[in-house]
Structure formats: structure tokens, C-alpha cells
Design a protein around this ligand. Structure first.
Ligand code: CAA
Length: 240
């Protein structure tokens, strides 16, 4: 049986690697994206993976998109809540809009998608939900009160969802990536990036593939007894 997997933010960065890894393992992957049509088209023609555009921060859009996917391909078995943005600024400079946009997409987006997928997973007694948190949700970061709040919110969200799914065959886990070499890091000033890399015990940034392998494991049948956990993939940062 081919499992249906939806990866939000699944056409670029870490999400691209996750989509590819799940496809490689025989899943039917639908990769969501929010804005960059050109990147999504290129990704789809390069990989053959279906892409769908909607805003994960829009509750109704998530319900509609998932209903459409289920009508076309069948019930969604695997949900990877990967979509996320940064709007970094110290609290002195951060605007309400920068706060609100990050919470809406990074945190409320996970609720919106789980709300759309969980009921059918529960009915069929099988489901895998993986939410992508962050080392900065575990430890905080200068310039990220919005992002760190959203990402640490994801960790609490995951544990509660895991409790609700535990008796009905639905697992929910989080992955907390460290600094991964993607476009998301491009806004970090070089001198700050140097300081960050110095704090990573393995002495380098991670690669998207290194996160994708973790997601693949947590969404597989092999991870049936793992729920409510956080897998930190960060080169040894925050070993506490
Ligand atoms: N680590 C150490 N020092 C930091 C720092 C960090 N992460 N961020 C800022 N600083 C330091 C700066 O070096 C600077 O120190 P000095 O005055 O001694 O030079 C001081 O804090 C003030 O910073 P800026 O001068 O840069 O102030 P700014 O207002 O121009 O910019 C900022 C502030 C937007 C926070 C900018 O510093 C920045 O982008 N920092 C990086 C934030 C960050 O790590 N974002 C992670 C994005 S990737 C991601 O989020 C993915 C994930 O899950 C890990």
C-alpha cells in the first residue's frame, strides 16, 4: 500500500529534502508551498513530485486543500509540518506584524494542518505527524522572540497531540533542527554566522538531507512506539 504524505513548505530547503526522501522510500508525496511558483515548478519538473500552493496560516485553505488531496489520492497518512519563516529582529525593533506573521505561519500552520489530517488518521487507526521545531525553540536566540516562541510552541503542541493520538494509532513527534545550510540562513550577517558556527560542537552547519533522514524514520512503521518525542539534529548544540 502506497502511503500518502503531505510535506508543507516541501519544495525548498529542508522541505525539499524531506519530500525527496519520502518519495525515495515509496511514499506518494504532495509538496505544499506558499509563494515561490518558479521554485515549485522547477522542483516538480525535476522530481516528478506533485506540488500544491496554499497558505498554511489560512485555516480554511488547509481544510480545503487536504480535502481535495484526499478526494484525488486517498487519505493522508503522513503529515510533515515543515513550513516556516523567519522575520528576525531584536525586540526593540520587531514590529507586531513580524511577530504575528511568524506565529501564524510557523505555529498556527501546524494546528491548521493537523486539524485537517488528524480525524481521518484517527478513523483509520494509523497516522504519522512530524512537526519541525528548532534548536532555537529549545534554547532561544537573539533576534528571534517570534520564531523561538512559535518553535517552542510546536514542541508543546506535539506532546499534547501525541497524547491524543496515542491510543488510536497516530504518532506525533518533533524534529528540532540546528543550523542547516539553506536559504533561510542568508539573512544572518556573516560575523554573526561565524559566532554561531563556533558554538556548534561538530564545527559545521547541517545539511537538509540530515534532517530528512530523521523525518523518514519517524514517519515509518519502524517508529511505531515513538510518540511525543523530540529528535534534536543539531551537531551537538544544546546538549542538555
Ligand atoms: N549569536 C551571537 N551574537 C549575536 C547573535 C547570535 N545569534 N545575533 C546577534 N548577535 C550579536 C551581534 O554580533 C552584535 O554584537 P556586537 O554588537 O558585539 O557586534 C549584537 O548581537 C547586536 O546584533 P546586530 O548588530 O546584528 O543588531 P541588528 O539589529 O543589526 O540585527 C539581528 C539583529 C537581526 C538579530 C541579527 O543580528 C541577526 O540576524 N542575528 C541572527 C539571528 C539568528 O540566529 N537567526 C536564525 C535564523 S536561521 C533559523 O532560524 C533556522 C533555525 O531554526 C536554526
Amino acid at each position: 500500500m502506497t502511503r500518502i504524505a503531505v510535506v508543507t513548505g516541501g519544495t525548498r530547503g529542508i522541505g525539499e529534502a524531506i519530500s525527496l526522501k519520502l518519495k525515495e522510500k515509496g511514499r506518494h508525496v504532495i509538496a505544499n508551498y506558499g509563494g515561490n511558483d518558479e521554485a515549485a515548478r522547477a522542483f516538480s519538473s525535476r522530481t516528478g513530485i506533485d506540488v500544491r500552493k496554499w497558505d498554511v496560516g489560512d485555516h480554511q485553505a488547509c481544510l480545503d486543500a487536504c480535502a481535495e488531496i484526499e478526494a484525488q489520492f486517498g487519505p493522508i497518512d503522513i503529515l510533515v509540518n515543515n513550513a516556516g519563516i523567519t522575520r528576525d529582529a531584536t525586540i526593540m525593533k520587531m514590529t507586531f506584524e513580524q511577530w504575528d506573521e511568524v506565529i501564524r505561519i510557523d505555529l498556527t500552520g501546524c494546528f491548521n494542518m493537523a486539524k485537517a489530517c488528524f480525524p481521518n488518521m484517527r478513523t483509520r487507526s494509523w497516522g504519522r505527524i512530524v512537526n519541525v521545531g528548532s534548536v532555537n525553540g529549545q534554547g532561544g536566540q537573539i533576534g528571534q522572540v517570534n520564531y523561538a516562541a512559535a518553535k517552542s510552541g510546536i514542541h508543546g503542541f506535539t506532546k499534547s497531540l501525541a497524547m491524543e493520538g496515542a491510543r488510536v494509532g497516530v504518532t506525533a513527534n518533533a524534529i528540532a533542527p540546528g543550523y542547516i545550510a539553506t536559504e533561510m540562513l542568508s539573512t544572518i550577517p556573516d560575523n554573526v554566522m561565524e559566532k554561531i558556527v563556533e558554538q556548534i560542537p561538530v564545527g559545521r552547519m547541517g545539511q537538509p538531507e540530515e534532517i530528512a533522514r530523521g523525518v523518514e524514520f519517524l514517519t515509518s512503521d519502524n517508529a511505531s512506539f515513538i510518540t511525543g518525542s523530540t529528535l534534536s539534529i543539531n551537531g551537538g548544540q544544546h546538549m542538555y
